[in-house]
Design a protein around this ligand. Structure first.
Ligand code: ADP
Ligand code: G6P
Length: 473
């Protein structure tokens, strides 16, 4: 009885993301392990939330009942339950079978099912209820990403006292594609429940404003959308980043430097080491990259004895067919390239399908002479920025024009991954560039990444949110 009369703990800052920063894995013997969740959202938001006294609402990554709330790194983590059916309809279905491919230029065909859409609405309501319960009077709720686009309006209906922001970690599609989405109006109305909407690029914010203009006949003036009830929402670009200093520091620790040297040695101290690091996703252009590298070996432009390529591919969304398909294509191609070109005992391509600790990632970045980031579409791509932060000196970045990062990293070897000849040329340009050219390019990119880090991004976002719908002074 006494327990019930205790005041309930509430938070001035609550973030809601589909996933918690940690992922609950149950092993076959019943042992439970919490691992860091995959993906760029967690990389960025974990650094932002560490040290702020806030709460994080999200799914534990495991179907069934939600674990009790718990504390980690000054954060209060509040698991939201998803049943096995909800995982398949809301997460794998509407989020990753409809929205993900639609928002990434329909690289694969999106699927639309009414059952998925109903589950999406229901789960967004569940997240809104959880946030309504946890946020302090007049507090701030910061909603993350495409899985929670209906949540802002649902939360505003319950808690008009809150400041509501939403950030889209992925692209927002042109209206010609967005309009394919059944329930497109509800998603726009859902987002318009927020005070401020952040996007990776100006083009994404523009696409959203344009969708409001064309599909809702809403009043759009500049970057502000106004609804008939008077509520106004501002939409603008606030490009995300990484904890640049943390990566730079990690890359200069003796352990990481020694490990980087060891990686090169294990590969036979190659003249050139190329690296790719991605979630195993069809948006990342891994197939195009392998095609280019395979042809360069085939033509003799690259010598498989002295130029090696490491491809790290984190397992992702493995129950979805499109992901099983890309995995088998990548694995077959790696096998073909090695079968055709590798010397005995020294594969040209080293393929690693698993997650690694941060230290090992830093060592890989440090060891690589050329980083290949070739997505067909990517909201930002934090890997590109991590590579830059890890390199004080030389190192070359081959970067797809279809990433958010390309708007900031102009001194990269920018390339169109659809054009295999152009991609091959970009790789050769990066490999053959003289050290002074590489050093000059790297200095300029480093300046950009080190001064535009994730802490600055969070401050920018929260300042915009506090001032919305006006521009911050
Ligand atoms: P996405 O969010 O689409 O996965 P990003 O490039 O923006 O792509 O972010 C990926 C994040 O995951 C980066 O912080 C990267 O270092 C990390 N990462 C990728 N692959 C691995 C891996 N195999 N082990 C550990 N971390 C990884
Ligand atoms: C991208 C998305 C995130 C997502 C991550 C990993 O970064 O923007 O929202 O969490 O990929 O994907 P997953 O489906 O495993 O959460």
């Amino acid at each position: 009885k006494e327990l019930c009369s205790l005041p309930k703990e509430t938070f001035d800052l609550v973030i809601a993301a589909n996933r918690l920063p940690v992922d609950r894995v149950v092993h076959p013997d019943g042992e439970v392990e919490w691992r860091r969740s995959p993906g760029g959202l967690v990389t960025a938001m974990e650094s932002v939330m560490r040290g702020r006294d806030g709460a994080w609402i999200g799914w534990s990554g495991d179907p069934g009942e939600a674990p009790e709330p718990f504390r980690e790194d000054d954060m209060q983590l509040h698991p939201v339950p998803l049943s096995a059916d909800e995982v398949s309809d809301y997460y794998e279905g509407f989020s990753n079978g409809s929205l993900w491919p639609l928002y990434h230029d329909v690289i694969v065909q999106p699927t639309f099912k009414r059952r998925w859409r109903a589950a999406y609405e229901r789960i967004n309501k569940r997240f809104a209820d959880a946030a309504a319960d946890l946020a302090a009077e007049g507090g701030t709720v910061w909603v993350q990403d495409y899985q929670l686009q209906e949540m802002p309006a649902m939360l505003r209906a319950q808690r008009p006292d809150l400041r509501l922001g939403w950030f889209n970690h992925i692209p927002f599609p042109p209206v010609e594609l967005f309009m394919q989405l059944p329930a497109r109006e509800s998603l726009l109305h859902g987002l318009l429940g927020a005070d401020f909407l952040g996007f990776q690029r100006k083009a994404d914010a523009y696409n959203f404003l344009n969708a409001c203009r064309q599909l809702l006949a809403a009043s759009v003036k500049g970057d502000v959308v106004r609804l008939p009830d008077g509520h106004a929402t501002r939409a603008a670009a606030v490009p995300i980043s990484i904890d640049a200093q943390a990566m730079a520091d990690l890359a200069t620790t003796p352990g990481v430097k020694a490990r980087a040297a060891e990686i090169r040695e294990q590969l036979g101290n190659p003249e050139h080491l190329m690296l790719g690091v991605d979630r195993l996703d069809y948006t990342k252009g891994i197939r195009h990259r392998l095609k280019a590298v395979g042809e360069l070996y085939q033509e003799g432009a690259l010598d498989p004895a002295t130029t090696k390529f490491i491809q790290v591919a984190t397992p992702s969304r493995e129950r979805l067919e499109a992901y099983q398909h890309i995995r088998s294509q990548v694995e077959r191609t790696v096998g073909q390239i090695n079968g055709d070109h590798s010397p005995i005992g020294a594969p040209a391509v080293t393929y690693l399908h698993r997650s690694f600790p941060r230290e090992e990632m830093a060592a890989l970045f440090l060891a690589a002479d050329v980083m290949l980031v070739t997505p067909l579409r990517d909201g930002m791509n934090l890997v590109a920025k991590e590579y830059i932060a890890a390199h004080d000196g030389t190192g070359a970045l081959v970067l797809s024009e279809f990433t958010g990062a390309a708007s900031e990293l102009k001194q990269a070897y920018l390339t169109n991954p659809h054009d295999i000849s152009a991609l091959k040329q970009s790789i050769m340009n990066a490999i053959q560039a003289p050290p002074d050219v590489l050093a000059r390019r790297m200095r300029a990119m480093r300046r950009q990444v080190m001064t535009h880090d994730v802490q600055r991004w969070a401050e920018d976002f929260l300042t915009n949110l506090a001032a919305a719908p006006e521009r911050p002074r």
